[in-house]
Design a binder for this molecule. Structure first.
Ligand code: GAP
Length: 510
């Protein structure tokens, strides 16, 4: 039997991970103490990319819209929140332990790796049966594996000086629930009427059994989540639908998966998919289109994206319909983010557990309702890693293979790099003053070390689109050489033309 694989062995994946670590973009946290699996830190270029992706998202989905309000909730929350949401009871993964090496694995990952099938949504008894039937053993030393146990993924902590049952608290495993607990306050403060959304960006924590595959599945990560609240009887009444109905995207529906066509992506417009009842409601269809449009705006190639509908077995306890945006990784289609119809599950649960009224008076129908929710939920780290994979390219120059990260300029770690040709003869001083001026409007990298070729290579690798070189002619006539990362073409332009050139390719979101 093939060795079960729950770890990606792929050359593009390895190249991008190596680049991230070597260039200090994203790397294991607390490495000097040998670190802890599943935690990652962001260095200078990584954190700039992260901030820009987040800023683009916030700008697109919050600042540019009249129907959205932002918020930021706490990370440590009392147990009531997570009992109401169902996480204390059922946010579990199936765990098996090797009798020889004592390593722990996710049973579903082992079965999927060994049998090349998806077991999402299968009951644990069925996964156990498959393990026995196919004699699945420890992937590392072929030791016998234990029976499957349920393992709760939440990190527990205590609040205050006494660590007992009364002081228990949890680190949030998703940002979403804080939007539900704060729903009434944010609605009151923003005075939004249905339909409207609340957006939040922040850290989430999951004690993953086997965090693998770099930031794709880690224990501490950032999410960007929207809960969009709609009158329960108006899920098909979406005034924004026309704006996305022509968005074309590959889809893998429940019906296709029932026929075993799990790897396919049939291109269809959002409008047609809704008209053919492939997508259940107009608001859900709208959000699928809006999310695809934004992902494309930060540079992901649409042909590498598809929408996959969750099968009935796979749906979470709170969802009646979920679509994942999947990316065509070189190791297969995998979830990048998800868009669920959560109905009124969460607000109803919080109303029940807290005793507080979570309903809203709808001005239009003059009814008190508990709104329904469509939830676009993005993993920020997973998205950044996907952007890096999508942008990675290699170019052979003077018999050397060079890495060029062709990131969209709007999410690149800097807008422009400024280099003096030499440090002497006043060139460094001039370059420094050009960099200072550009910094008033742009993110700038200044570099005077090594040959110009090496400096170009250094910024190509982290995805900076423009590099400006200050040379002797600059001192004479105020012109510079500007080089484009993607073509490596160089052009002579005037100093005051630099901002225009950068702005042409950058959508800056502050
Ligand atoms: N509020 C719904 C929710 O949290 P989810 O599918 O569990 O849904 C949403 O998570 C997104 O968060 C995922 O699509 C993924 O991008 C990201 N995500 C989830 N678990 C993750 C992990 N362990 N490491 C990195 N990203 C993760």
């Amino acid at each position: 039997m093939a060795k079960p694989k729950d770890k990606i062995e792929d050359s593009l994946y390895t190249k991008v991970v190596n680049l991230c670590v070597r260039r200090g973009m994203i790397f294991p946290s607390c490495d000097i103490y040998a670190g802890t699996g599943g935690f990652f830190d962001y260095g200078p270029a990584g954190v700039e990319i992260k901030r820009r992706v987040e800023a683009s998202w916030w700008n697109y989905f919050v600042r540019q819209r009249e129907d959205m309000a932002g918020m930021e909730g706490c990370i440590v929350n009392p147990p009531g929140v997570w009992k109401a949401s169902g996480h204390v009871e059922s946010f579990n993964d199936p765990l098996v332990e090797c009798s020889k090496c004592k390593k722990r694995f996710r049973a579903d990952h082992l079965v999927e790796g060994a049998l090349k099938i998806s077991v999402d949504g299968l009951p644990l008894s069925k996964v156990q049966e498959l393990m026995k039937q196919h004699k699945i053993v420890c992937p590392d030393d072929k030791g016998e594996l234990s029976e499957i146990k349920s393992f709760n993924l939440m990190f527990k902590t205590h609040i205050g000086a006494v660590a007992d049952e009364t002081s228990e608290a949890y680190l949030r495993p998703e940002t979403a629930q804080l939007i539900f607990t704060d729903f009434k306050t944010v609605q009151m403060a923003s005075r939004k009427q249905l339909p409207f959304g609340i957006a939040q960006v922040g850290k989430s924590f999951r004690n993953e059994i086997a965090p693998r595959n770099f930031v794709f599945r880690c224990r501490e990560f950032s999410q960007m989540e929207i809960e969009y609240f709609i009158h329960p009887k108006k899920l098909d009444d979406c005034p924004l639908f026309d704006g996305v109905k022509n968005v074309l995207i590959g889809m893998c529906t429940q019906a296709m998966q029932a026929k075993g066509e799990n790897d396919k992506a049939e291109v269809i417009s959002i409008g047609d998919a809704y008209a053919k009842k492939v997508i259940g409601t107009r608001w859900h269809a709208y959000w699928l289109g809006a999310v695809i449009e934004w992902l494309a705006s930060v540079g992901l190639r649409k042909e590498n994206l598809r929408l996959r509908q969750h099968t009935k077995d796979e749906l979470s306890h709170y969802s009646s319909e979920t679509w994942d945006v999947e990316y065509k990784y070189s190791w297969g289609w995998k979830e990048l983010m998800g868009i669920a119809n959560r109905g009124n599950f969460d607000l109803s649960q919080h109303s029940k557990f807290s005793g507080k009224d979570m309903s809203l008076f709808d001005e239009e129908t003059k009814e008190k309702v508990i709104p329904f929710v469509i939830e676009p939920s993005f993993g920020l780290d997973r998205l950044i890693f996907t952007l890096l994979l999508d942008a990675y390219s290699e170019r052979v120059e003077k018999e050397e293979t060079r890495i060029v990260l062709q990131l969209d300029a709007s999410v690149a770690p800097a807008d422009v790099a400024v280099f003096p040709l030499m440090k002497k003869d006043g060139l460094a001083e001039k370059a420094d003053s050009v960099a200072k001026e550009l910094r008033k409007s742009f993110v700038v990298i200044y570099d005077e070390a090594g040959s110009i070729g090496k400096r170009y290579a250094r910024v190509d690798e982290i995805g900076v689109k423009w590099a400006v070189t200050i040379d002797y002619d600059t001192l004479e006539d105020g012109t510079v050489t500007i080089r484009d990362r993607d073509t490596s073409q160089q052009e002579r332009i005037k100093l005051d033309e630099i901002p225009v050139r950068i702005r042409k390719s950058t959508r800056s979101f502050g």
